[in-house]
Ligand binder design. Structure first.
Ligand SMILES: Cc1ncc(C[n+]2csc(CCOP(=O)(O)OP(=O)(O)O)c2C)c(N)n1
Ligand code: SF4
Length: 295
């Protein structure tokens, strides 16, 4: 057996995760590292951007370039990084409040632009960091601090939205199945174009409804069915089954490779131009001052 170039632990930072023991984010942290190791992507070629939330603390716990940005702004920052240097593997990680709520606009436009980045959403159906308020995915009737008589809003269906908006890789995972998550993340990272993964990821502290047991009783794997992931209408039909509450598919809903990416359509990038390789015309001292601002 040939030895792998990297181990999952090579992508681990010196900081221990601060999530509550048992939080769904742990499985995703492990699966991201395992997928990167399996694909042998050097840590220095990976950038992960996030916003604000428990899940958005992820860059602190990975030994890759990372940036925790403003609430909901992981996607535009990641887009900028990728367009500045298309040689990098660029990921976004955040919560349902962060990416579907305050950052919803960015999510929509990233899907239609088909920029070659990977967006992973740790969907716990509430705001975790701020101690449990309703989020865009909270089902009608959910009791939270902001909805004491039950949420009256219809929830968003992110998988269905991403397919309709033009994402070329759309999948769903579950934090209770780390091996399956690793497989999905690996496929998402290898995909050419905008890859989106919604992850059922229980908040064990503030959400007593969408628990690990809740999902275990309802999920099934798309790979074990006859689903054709290249069929747009079949993918949308399957995505809308989220509302059939006893059957929740996980796996790859939709994937097409025959659509050009934003980078391939850009008049400079498609000629091999890499903006990040431009001389900045700054002195070493000026660069040091700017760099220090990010520490
Ligand atoms: C502009 C702005 N508005 C509101 C907040 C407060 N805030 C911090 S995190 C958060 C939502 C977190 O929920 P989610 O994105 O689902 O992540 P989780 O903590 O559940 O992982 C909110 C509303 C903020 N930090 N900045
Ligand atoms: S509050 Fe919820 S989402 Fe946040 S770390 Fe704890 S279990 Fe995870």
């Amino acid at each position: 057996m040939t030895e792998r170039k990297y181990k999952a632990d090579d992508y681990k930072s010196d900081f221990r995760p601060t999530w509550c023991p048992g939080c769904g984010n742990f499985a995703q942290w492990r699966a991201i590292r395992a997928a990167l190791a399996e694909l042998e992507i050097p840590p220095e070629n990976v950038v992960l951007a996030s916003g604000i939330g428990c899940s958005s603390h992820m860059p602190n716990f990975l030994n890759v370039y990372g940036m925790q940005t403003v609430h909901g702004r992981g996607i535009p920052v990641a887009t900028g990084v990728r367009l500045a240097n298309p040689k990098l593997t660029v990921l976004v990680y955040g919560g349902d409040g962060d990416i579907y709520g305050i950052g919803g606009n960015h999510f929509l436009h990233a899907c239609r632009r088909n920029v070659d980045i990977i967006t992973i959403v740790s969907n716990n159906f509430i705001y975790g960091l701020t101690t449990g308020q309703a989020s865009p995915t909270s089902p009608v009737g959910t009791l939270t601090k902001t909805t004491p008589r039950g949420s009256i809003e219809n929830p968003l269906n992110p998988v269905s939205l991403a397919i309709s908006a033009g994402a070329t890789f759309v999948a769903r995972g579950f934090s209770g199945d780390a091996k399956h998550l690793q497989y999905i993340f690996k496929e998402a990272i290898q995909h050419r174009g905008f890859a989106f993964v919604d992850v059922f990821s229980p908040c064990i502290t503030f959400n007593k409804n969408q628990t690990f047991d809740f999902f275990r009783a309802r999920i099934y794997k798309i790979e074990e069915t006859e689903h054709d992931k290249e069929d747009f209408h079949a993918a949308l039909d399957l995505a809308n089954q989220r509302f059939v509450r006893d059957h929740l598919p996980i796996g790859i809903f939709y994937q097409i490779e025959n659509k050009t990416t934003y980078e391939e359509r850009d008049f400079a990038l498609n000629q091999g131009y890499i903006p990040a390789h431009e001389e900045l015309g700054l002195s070493d001292e000026q660069i040091e001052i700017i760099t220090k601002e990010f520490y």
